[in-house]
Design a binder for this molecule. Structure first.
Ligand code: SAH
Length: 355
């Protein structure tokens, strides 16, 4: 039994079964034993790999799309360039390299990183030292200024609750104990106000997920963009609305039981893009797939240019990375892109057919 499993089991014995969002928050962010606080393993050597770790092309194109949005809105200076959950700092390093040639962008930019994990903060500080990043733990601590923000695989790490449809009510999935080990159970059926609209599109026994944290964290982003201008790009796996159990635990690039090794595996869940877009009150929302987004931004031309300098295994890896990012059977369709802009501003490049 891991240290965290012992702590959680003792708590359940004393106070009864825990909500899934509490379990997930402890697993990811417990001050001593949380996955992100204690031993985050991002990248090829670690537990899971993200788009920026697959290829530099991802961050380059995201960077150019954000710089274009900045130009489209009159190149405000100064402005905040921010990333939520920057992991190893790879995405931001690629964004910064790709935007070096955009006149005035780096001079006007103030770089802010939103990160809760102390070891990842240290990694990011080292990796991005040349641009003097400042860290905050919460999105609402970002300055009041034009905000150009990216969040890749950030919202999927926020704690969710799960509910099973039972008549006109819902049974919440809880984490309890069975024979001394963590086990899933279900609460009694109750009405859930936040799920009233889901009674129309679900059937008996369907599971739906709610991510209160995602909606709450969208508020300070939307408030800054409404007040000062800017744009936000949210890239993650998920769908238009939540349906089914999408909780996933990954360790060493393999799926594991989400209750088997709390704190030692990454936990994530599909992002409900419909709910997230609704939470971005007062902003224009454009949605597309990662594959379409990257194609419209010219990933194929960029891939060819890079391929011209490669041979052998490096070339094979590069071709595989391009496919992995864009192909519908890989990340191309499962991953979605949500682009948020203030009313009247053009949509972020790549997020609509026209752009
Ligand atoms: N964006 C990176 C890393 C994704 S992993 C990439 O694409 O490779 C998720 C990141 O979000 C990690 O940096 C993690 O520490 C951070 N994170 C998770 N929950 C958070 C929270 N509630 N507040 C701030 N950062 C959080």
């Amino acid at each position: 039994m891991s240290a965290l499993e012992k702590i959680l089991a003792a708590r359940i014995r004393a106070a009864g079964p825990m909500r899934l969002d509490e379990y997930m928050a402890e697993c990811l962010l417990h001050p001593r034993h949380g996955y992100y606080t204690a031993n985050p393993g991002l990248g090829g050597e670690g537990d899971f790999i993200t788009a920026p770790e697959i290829s530099q092309m991802f961050g380059e194109l995201v960077g150019l799309a954000l710089a274009q949005a900045w130009l489209d809105q009159g190149a405000p200076a100064p402005f905040t360039l921010a990333e939520a959950g920057p992991g190893n700092g790879t995405l931001m390093a690629d964004i910064l390299r790709a935007t070096r040639g955009v006149a005035g962008f780096h001079d006007a930019m103030r770089l802010w990183l939103v990160e809760v994990s102390p070891p990842l903060q240290a990694r990011q500080r080292e990796r991005l030292a040349a641009c003097g990043p400042r860290h905050v733990a919460q999105l609402d601590e970002l300055p009041e200024a034009p905000l150009f923000l990216v969040a890749n695989e950030f919202f999927d790490a926020l704690p969710i609750r799960q509910f099973l449809r039972a008549g006109a009510g819902w049974r919440e999935r809880l984490v309890g104990l069975e024979g001394g080990r963590l086990a899933f159970g279900l609460g009694a059926p109750v009405p859930v106000a936040a799920l009233a609209h889901r009674l129309e599109d679900t059937r008996e026994g369907d599971m739906v997920e709610l991510c209160g944290a995602a909606e709450a964290l969208m508020a300070p982003i939307a408030a800054r963009i409404r007040a000062h201008g800017g744009a936000a790009l949210v890239i993650d796996y998920g769908a238009e609305r939540s349906l089914g159990d999408s909780l996933q635990a990954v360790r060493g690039h393999r799926k594991v039981d989400p209750l088997a090794c709390p704190g030692e595996a990454d936990l994530s869940a599909h992002v409900d893009f419909g709910a997230l877009a609704s939470a971005a009150e007062g902003l224009e929302a454009a949605r597309t797939t990662q594959g379409a987004f990257l194609e419209r931004l010219g990933i194929t031309a960029r891939a060819r240019a890079l391929a011209a300098r490669l041979t052998g295994a490096a070339l094979e890896n590069h071709v595989a990375a391009h496919r992995r990012l864009t192909h519908p059977e890989e990340m191309g369709s499962l991953f979605k892109v949500l682009g948020l802009t203030p009313p009247g501003a053009p949509p972020i490049a790549g997020t609509t057919d026209a752009a």
